[in-house]
Design a protein around this ligand. Sequence first.
Ligand SMILES: Cc1ncc(COP(=O)(O)O)c(C=O)c1O
Length: 399
Amino acid sequence: MQKGTKLIISGKDYKANSGCVNTPVYRSSTILFPTIEAYHNTETGNPYYKTKGAGLADSSYGISGTPTTFALQHAICEIENAKYCLIFPSGLAAITITLLSLLEKGDHILIADSIYGPTRRFCNKELSRFGIETTYYDPTTGGKIEELIKENTKLIFTESPGSLTFEVQDIPAITAVAKKHNIPVIIDNSWATALYFDPFKHGADISLQAGTKYIGGHSDILIGVVTTNNEELYKSLLRAHKNYGIHTSPDDCYLALRGLKTMGVRLKAHEDAALKVAKWLEARPEVETILHPAFSSCPGHEIWKRDFSGSTGLFSFILDKKYSTAAVAAMVDNMKIFGIGASWGGFESLVMPIDPSTIRTASKWPHKNTCIRIYTGLEAVEDIIADLEEGLERLKQVG
Ligand SMILES: Cc1ncc(COP(=O)(O)O)c(C=O)c1O
């Protein structure tokens, strides 16, 4: 079955829900049992934990989820061809708890230099407190990552493409090396989603996404999803999920389930719009380089062509010179359609000037000129382009 069809048919069970087409919001902290024997016997006692998508959750308390959570877990498993899924209250929580679930004192991890900023901050400021050492690797390194593996390397964490700078990583080359050394590979697949990149087909062991972005799709929830086919890894994830008291509101799970229904058409619309906008920008004299995986100017473009089945709405571009802060502000502050905001994946276009040179530690950022990241929303492309055109005029006027 096509993934687009799975998006529509998974996560709902009208027979179990009084004929309701959508799985309703089940809110409950307390879960009641018919007898004390049933309460203590998690195998046979709790009917809720036998619903599809509950995985090996054995709690007798709502913290592990309700049927709304399990419906979302089940739908995500169907779409990702995964056996197990856990839901987190944000993408960042999915990242941090996944790392905490698999690492211990004295371990070493390898993380892409193009990683989402708060993932880096967590490793530098929190994991370091537990004696866990992080080495950042050049995202274009591919199989050469082997040179960085130490005896105590316990995980490789990838994000492809990076959500600021868009280098596409050679995940099959990285996972081949990791398998040789028995090291699990995690991928942050938020940009492509499982619709445009299949993490497990390319050898990853754990896939995670900020469902806040394309799954939610309407900029009104924070949610994280983690999937795996590896039972041992899942049990570690489940242990940490439980012990750290992770719970995601069933209202947010409901909105994520609803978001899945339109994710296929939304992603296609974001893809088409971003390609048109990037093509238009490429032809502008003020633009030097397009950092969009579907463009040959983007590092890893050939890998994207080989491994991905589509592109989405977020990309960056480099201007023809280093513009003054006042010029960039004149461009960005006065836009009619683009909002100034850090997130993406919703319906609205967003813009953000960025400076990766101040963040990198393993690889030198090769560009000197001003870099701007944009997220192409669902507005009419002509209007998005007109807003950018007026912005570029203001930029040049201030200089
Ligand atoms: C690539 C990537 N991963 C993870 C996250 C974290 O997601 P959340 O905002 O839900 O914590 C983000 C958020 O911007 C992101 O861009």
